[in-house]
Design a protein around this ligand. Structure first.
Ligand code: SF4
Ligand code: SF4
Ligand code: SF4
Length: 581
């Protein structure tokens, strides 16, 4: 470690750290002193540079330097708030604000905006510009909405799509502050290969990218006395919704989530963990059938719609490997509009199924073919975690003040296995817990398949399951997915079962999750912290295997008959179509 000073204060820095990194990595110095370097472009692991002119510092005797490029050395004296630094940053900020729609009051990012932080820091909140900018219409394309009036041309969205997802669906067109984010091919994002993962939205420092807003439509449904409105909440929503209310990253709040949903007025408050367990029943059964009957192997998971969009678009020739199971979101909707409708005597047409998801791709999933078990759409609205937090806030509900509540039965009981679906490797581990018991013919001690845990983009393991040696892999992030698919096609690797998640780290890092600023992402790994909160819930749960969920057992006994039955196939399975066919 090196000893340096920033603004005259002692700071301990990692060898090889840049000035920008050193200004935030020393926990004590960061908390005690005002030393942080500002940045709008830099994002750890995505775009580790900043050429905006904001990310600067002064080294006495040398002058102004780029803080994202300059490596600290022993004894270095650094100034991040000198008059020269501030003067230069104010010039850059003025140029940005001259081209930025400053209607912050009506922006979804207000209060959580990296540009606002810089304005406050430079004391430029008193509107230094007199003329409003000439605004251009929003461009809503698929489920992604682009607002050029707010774009600060930081390039993070382009970098995440290209570098992390390996898709390159968007590009920056034009120069300087009039450049725009546009599809890189064709005229729409879908033509350009966008899979709707929403990773671009989560890294945007301002409100220039957001998902289609379905809050008003859900609010209308809640007010309609003719409608029976139920909601399901995905596993990783409980891992992170609290962040929108100021809790630290990784604070799981399952009980408050259930209470908030009830306070919003939903007729029933259910848990997608239930249908995650149901997915495991169908998926594990399909895997065993494929192995025993010579079906296409490796079998690929199907619970991530971003991944499904990806394989349909780029690897259509491999679709026979994909499990035919609907995603947990859609299985849940199918069971509400068939099983629950029948049990409670409510016509499916009267039921509105809403989802609270960590995901933007799930909004697109609602419109897919073969997702209407009861002859009407399985799910009507899919809200992101951000939209749900906004609904709670707009309803005047104090999230921290809520007492813990339980989800409703019967579709609200889930196992620890279903809970860990939210983390990369979680679906695989949940499936292994069930397959291991089934193939051995009795409950097994082994429950923690830790080799498939963690944030590595590709994890491989081999397990003895019954008489089989099961070779598995868990992949997250679409660039990693492409690399593995190419190896499978070339016969370089052999597996029986592979889990794919579009978002790096899985749903805990999904495109619909609360946005965390670059300064937080520099010191916290969102994927790890949020995943740990799910594993803690799993560890504390007495019910840790999907097939032991009593409500799932009851559902098969009284309605679906058995996993893979004709009825289960009709309601819980789907089909895929290579794009362009
Ligand atoms: S949603 Fe995903 S695929 Fe589409 S532009 Fe954004 S990052 Fe790229
Ligand atoms: S849309 Fe957002 S992430 Fe993309 S360049 Fe503009 S401000 Fe940056
Ligand atoms: S990994 Fe999760 S959040 Fe991301 S696209 Fe897939 S289902 Fe959605």
């Amino acid at each position: 470690m090196l000893q340096i000073t920033i603004n005259g204060k002692p700071v301990t820095a990692r060898e090889g750290a840049t000035i920008l990194e050193a200004s935030v990595e020393d926990h004590y110095a960061r908390e005690q002193y005002d030393i942080a370097v500002m940045s709008l472009q830099y994002l750890k692991g995505v775009q580790e540079k900043d050429e905006s002119g904001l990310c600067i510092a002064e080294i006495p005797g040398i002058g102004l330097v780029n803080a994202a490029e300059t490596i600290v050395t022993e004894g270095m004296e650094i100034l991040t708030k000198s008059p020269e630094v501030i003067e230069r940053q104010k010039q850059v900020l003025k140029d940005i604000l001259d081209h930025h729609d400053r209607d912050c009051r009506n922006c979804s990012r207000t209060g959580n905006c990296e540009l606002q932080d810089i304005q406050y820091s430079l004391r430029m909140t008193k509107n230094p510009v007199t003329d409003p900018i000439e605004t251009v219409p929003l461009r809503a394309d698929s489920i992604i909405v682009r607002d050029d009036n707010k774009c600060v041309r930081c390039g993070r969205c382009v970098a995440v799509c290209e570098n992390l997802q390996g898709i390159g669906a968007i590009k920056m067109e034009g120069d300087g502050m009039t450049a725009r984010i546009v599809p890189s091919k064709g005229i729409s994002l879908i033509e350009s290969g966008c899979v709707g993962c929403g990773q671009c939205i989560t890294v945007c420092p301002v409100g220039a990218l957001h998902e289609r807003d379905d809050v008003a439509a859900v609010t209308e449904a809640l007010k309609d006395p003719e409608k029976y409105v139920v909601i399901q909440a995905a596993p990783s929503v409980r891992a992170s919704i609290s962040e929108a209310f100021g809790y630290p990253v990784g604070s799981g709040t399952k009980g408050k989530l259930a209470a908030a949903l009830r306070a919003l007025g939903f007729d029933r408050v259910f848990d997608t963990v239930f249908s995650a367990d149901l997915t495991i029943m169908e998926e594990a059964n399909e895997l065993v059938e494929r192995i025993q009957n010579g079906g296409s192997l490796p079998m690929f998971t199907s619970c991530c719609p971003g991944w499904i969009n990806y394989i349909e678009t780029f690897y259509g020739e491999m679709l026979d490997h994909v499990s035919s199971c609907k995603s947990p979101q859609q299985m849940f909707g199918a069971m509400v509009k068939t099983f629950l409708a029948e049990k409670e005597g409510i016509p499916a047409e009267k039921i509105v199924v809403v989802s609270a998801m960590p995901c933007t791709a799930k909004k697109r999933e609602l419109g897919r073919d073969h997702q209407n078990a009861a002859g009407v759409p399985d799910v009507d609205f899919s809200l992101t975690n951000r939209e749900l937090a906004r609904m709670i806030e707009q309803a005047g509900i104090s999230f921290p003040g809520l007492e813990d509540e339980e989800f409703d039965a019967p579709l609200g009981i889930g196992s620890g296995a279903g809970t860990i679906f939210g983390a990369t490797g979680g679906v695989m581990e949940a499936a292994l817990r069930t397959a291991n018991d089934w193939l051995n013919g009795e409950a097994q001690e082994a429950i923690d398949f830790t080799e498939v845990r963690g944030i590595s983009g590709v994890k491989e393991a081999s397990y003895k399951v019954g008489d089989l040696e099961l070779r598995v892999a868990a992949v997250s992030g679409l660039k990693n997915a492409a690399e593995l698919l190419n190896k499978i096609k070339a016969g370089e690797v052999q597996y029986d079962f592979v889990e794919f998640m579009a978002c790096p780290g899985g749903c805990v890092n999904g495109g619909g999750q609360p946005q965390q600023k670059a300064s937080v992402r520099m010191i916290k790994d969102l994927r790890t912290e949020r995943a740990l909160s799910l594993y803690r819930i799993d560890q504390a749960d007495r019910l840790r295997k999907s097939h032991e969920n009593p409500e799932i057992i009851e559902l098969y006994n009284c309605f679906l008959e058995r996993p893979g039955s004709e009825k289960a196939h009709a309601y819980l399975h789907t089909q895929y179509q290579a794009k362009g066919e």
